[in-house]
Design a protein around this ligand. Structure first.
Ligand SMILES: *Cc1c(COP(=O)(O)O)cnc(C)c1O
Length: 356
């Protein structure tokens, strides 16, 4: 079976499980789990922040960040497609009483600076108080340009706004940048985060840990965030079991993401050949170039369910959502490469699809 549904499906390796079993444990709500403390210090140092906080999920670290930056009646500027707005069950509004101001994306996944600037509300009782700009990097697998990260940060500083990065796949961005520009992925990750008030990072995606996300920020920010985490039910006890996997992941699984990106490129090239040559898919499917570890394959909606059934019958697992492209109804099939997808799995999936 080849599981391309998400980089969240990875199983902890034997070495990672061993690290979990051997980790010294305490009670993290009392702040005395040595392994949790070690993970938090290690990650903060790695990414250039003063402090970090472990939580069960990236949805929770994002929500904790939003609720720490914003008070009731404040507003957060977000992307229309971003996780913080679209994929977190409306948490910031429901639980935080924070007004999201979603903005449309440009084709490269960024939000135009002029659109952000225009969305910032003046200090007037008619309006919510614009408080935070939250970016997402990578977004849909795309890396936001470093120059753009700097520009948004400068814009926020000019308007006295806070800044948060949803860096669920921060290290995919860093590894991709190191691949094209040279340099060390960890250094690149630090560079992406530089100047931002907070970052959320998933240990349970490409890094291959079973559970956990980190929120990073200043000492004072994390102190406040700890109270919000408790409020949301995210205070865990012998959480060193999870943290040990996180430490292992940060130490061993960052650089190897370059393999996932290479597999994604191979997949995208193969899908593109199939879209051009397969008699049923020709003119009815579009393969998009690989972005880090995510590849999109858009298929005519009338044909997509057959394609999805064919893949499922051949043990190739993917996810799909609806998509409109130039007025045409398409289904967007999403393929994600990760540590449990080998080059041979990509080759097999392409053979399966070619036989459609
Ligand atoms: C996966 C993801 C999250 C967090 O997801 P959880 O499943 O709650 O850990 C946040 N943001 C983005 C962009 C993601 O892809």
């Amino acid at each position: 079976m080849s599981d391309f549904r998400s980089d969240t499906v990875t199983q902890p390796s034997d070495a990672m499980k061993r690290a979990m079993l051997e980790a010294p444990l305490g009670d993290d709500v009392f702040g005395d789990d040595p392994t949790v403390n070690r993970l938090q210090e290690f990650a903060a140092e790695m990414l250039g922040f003063e402090a970090a906080l472990l939580a069960p999920s990236g949805t929770q670290t994002n929500l904790i960040a939003l609720m720490t930056h914003c008070q009731r009646g404040d507003e957060a500027i977000v992307g229309q497609q971003w996780h913080t707005y679209r994929w977190e069950a409306g948490g910031m509004a429901v639980l935080g009483s924070i007004q999201p101001q979603p903005l449309e994306h440009q084709s490269d996944g960024t939000i135009a600076l002029a659109d952000i600037e225009a969305a910032i509300k003046p200090d007037d009782p008619h309006f919510a108080r614009t408080r935070l700009i939250a970016l997402e990097n990578t977004t849909g697998g795309r890396v936001l340009p470093l120059a753009y990260m700097r520009e948004v940060q400068a814009l926020a500083a000019r308007h006295g706004l806070r800044t948060h990065i949803d860096g669920a796949r921060l290290f995919n961005a860093a590894v991709a940048m190191a691949g094209t520009g040279g340099g060390d992925p960890v250094q690149q990750a630090k560079e992406i985060c530089r100047g931002y008030d907070s970052v959320s990072l998933c240990l349970s995606k490409g890094l291959g840990a079973p559970i956990g996300s980190l929120l990073l920020g200043s000492t004072d920010f994390i102190r406040q965030a700890r109270r919000i985490r408790k409020m949301l039910g995210g205070g865990m006890r012998q959480a060193g079991l999870i943290a040990a996997a996180g430490i292992y992941a940060l130490q061993h699984n960052v650089h190897r993401m370059a393999d996932d990106h290479a597999n994604a490129r191979l997949l995208a090239e193969g899908l593109s050949q199939i879209a051009a040559s397969n008699s049923r898919l020709r003119e009815r499917a579009i393969a998009h170039a690989a972005n880090t570890n995510i590849v999109f394959f858009d298929v005519d909606a009338a044909l997509a369910d057959d394609v999805l059934r064919h893949l499922a019958e051949n043990d190739v697992r993917v996810t799909a959502g609806t998509q409109r492209l130039k007025g045409q109804a398409m289904k967007r099939i999403r393929w994600v490469t990760h540590l449990d997808v080998a080059r041979a799995d990509v080759e097999r999936a392409l053979r399966v699809l070619a036989a459609f």
